[in-house]
Design a protein around this ligand. Structure first.
Ligand SMILES: [Zn+2]
Length: 460
């Protein structure tokens, strides 16, 4: 159990703490979240719709895209919205965001929502988008990170080892770098030691670093956990301090949970989030399924008729971040699928997602046989989009020496642009592949109905 107390601002006062500024706001919101998680689903939904009313009216008033789209849907939003009106709003696809460009940007963001920043993301869909986020949006992101720490009983005075960034030169082996509890922005005020290592390191390097760090918690992708656990089992390596693993970015399968139990005797807990939409769901503290984070995001699971899925039914995940007034995304089809769940026996009123599918990242196999992640960071995608006008991409590793780049582009790609993509790939993965290009109007979905931005065809 955590014995975490935020850092106090008053002289001579340590506990109970009285805090200031952002920390005070974080703790004040945390207090509300502690209560709202136990409200009835009906009460939660009612409050969500009050907030949605503000968001929709703002989108209508200040973005050309929604002025047109909401008028076409027969809506004239003034600050309140009913469920019936809400359901008239068409789903927003990634292609719509790509096409809409700046018409989705609000011309008048309330100054109190803070500075606006931009990020690039493609999820694992291969369809890159650019999204704006306010400081307020990031504040609520941090609030849910903190809730996750409470839910999962993390003792944030202990050491967290995060292996998540694949940015070149970031936290390189053998030393790694300093990290933050709170993952993205260092949200947990007064928390303990956190360290980080680049995700592109091989399993052997990562395990060597982890043995030296000897952390209580590890945060990384499920595909990476699998590699680390396999390596530790093969080499009979224990991580004696390890208490729990936190997974991010991809769906976590029962097999990955099993191998982590076998290797280190620890449980994994998962979060479901997206750069452009923030937190969507957290794993329940008492069960393996997820609770939607209704205080910050409206999460709908819809069937092919566009109706809410019944428990046990699988449908597309459609999300609306409630507080991003810089670039409102209303009913955004994020490209994942989830199974709707029954109410949770834990008593929380936050809607249940039984499981989420579609968040998978292929691994790249090096000539040595070692595997590395292919996750692209915001900076990677920004750079890539600067090289050629790409609408959709897919990389396929055909063998140990060859990568096929499949592209759907806005116009014909020039030889010079192909060369710069080759260079970018070589720099990203740090080894000289033969790169071939294939052009398509649209890149097809895989057998599971999902797009994959990286496919590895190498048999290992
Ligand atoms: Zn629960």
């Amino acid at each position: 159990m955590s014995v975490f107390v935020p850092k106090s601002s008053l002289e001579g006062l340590e506990w109970p703490a009285i805090t200031e500024g952002r920390t005070r706001a974080l703790m004040a919101v945390q207090h509300q979240l502690e209560h709202s998680q136990w409200w009835s689903p009906k009460d939660i939904k009612a409050k969500q719709f009050r907030q949605l009313g503000h968001l929709v009216a703002h989108a209508y008033r200040t973005t050309p895209f929604y002025k047109e789209r909401l008028e076409a849907a027969g809506l004239d939003p003034k600050g309140r919205i009913t469920v019936k009106q809400w359901e008239k709003i068409p789903l927003l696809r990634r292609e719509d965001i790509q096409k809409a460009g700046k018409t989705l940007h609000s011309a008048k963001v309330p100054p109190s929502h803070g500075k606006i920043g931009g990020i690039f993301t493609s999820g694992s869909t291969g369809k890159p988008i650019h999204a704006l986020r306010t400081r307020l949006f990031m504040f609520f992101f941090d609030s849910i990170t903190l809730r996750d720490h409470y839910w999962q009983g993390f003792d944030v005075t202990k050491k967290l080892a995060a292996i998540r960034s694949s940015k070149k030169g970031d936290a390189p082996y053998p030393d790694g770098g300093k990290g933050h509890w709170g993952n993205i922005t260092g949200a947990t005020p007064g928390a303990g030691n956190a360290v980080t290592l680049n995700l592109l390191c091989t399993a052997k390097e990562q395990v060597d670093w982890l043995q030296r760090q000897n952390p209580e918690y590890i945060l990384t992708l499920p595909s990476n956990f699998r590699q680390l656990a396999e390596y530790c089992l093969e080499n009979k390596i224990k991580l004696p301090n390890l208490r729990k693993g936190q997974t991010i970015s991809e769906a976590v399968s029962p097999a990955v949970r099993d191998i982590c139990r076998e290797a280190w005797g620890v449980e994994l807990c998962d979060i479901y989030s997206a750069r452009e939409a923030g937190y969507l769901a957290l794993q329940c503290p008492d069960h393996g399924h997820y609770h939607a984070q209704s205080e910050v995001t409206m999460v709908e699971v819809l069937n092919d008729e566009g109706k809410a899925c019944e428990p046990g039914e699988m449908g597309r995940v459609v999300v609306t971040p409630l507080h991003n007034f810089a670039m409102p995304l209303l009913r955004y089809d994020i490209g994942d699928y989830a199974e709707a769940g029954e109410d949770c026996p834990c008593g929380r009123g936050l809607p249940v997602l039984k499981r989420v599918i579609g968040r998978e990242q292929g691994m790249l196999v090096l000539r040595s046989g070692e595997k590395v992640t292919t996750l692209l960071g915001s900076g990677d995608i920004k750079k890539f989009l600067g090289l050629a006008p790409v609408r959709q991409y897919q990389f396929v590793q055909k063998d140990l020496e060859t990568i096929e780049v499949r592209l759907a582009a806005k116009r014909k790609i020039k030889k010079k642009e192909e060369d710069s993509i080759k260079e970018w790939l070589t720099a990203k993965y740090g080894c000289p592949f033969t790169v071939t290009f294939v052009y398509l109007d649209e890149i097809e979905k895989g057998p599971s109905g999902k797009y994959h931005d990286f496919i590895c065809e190498v048999k290992t």
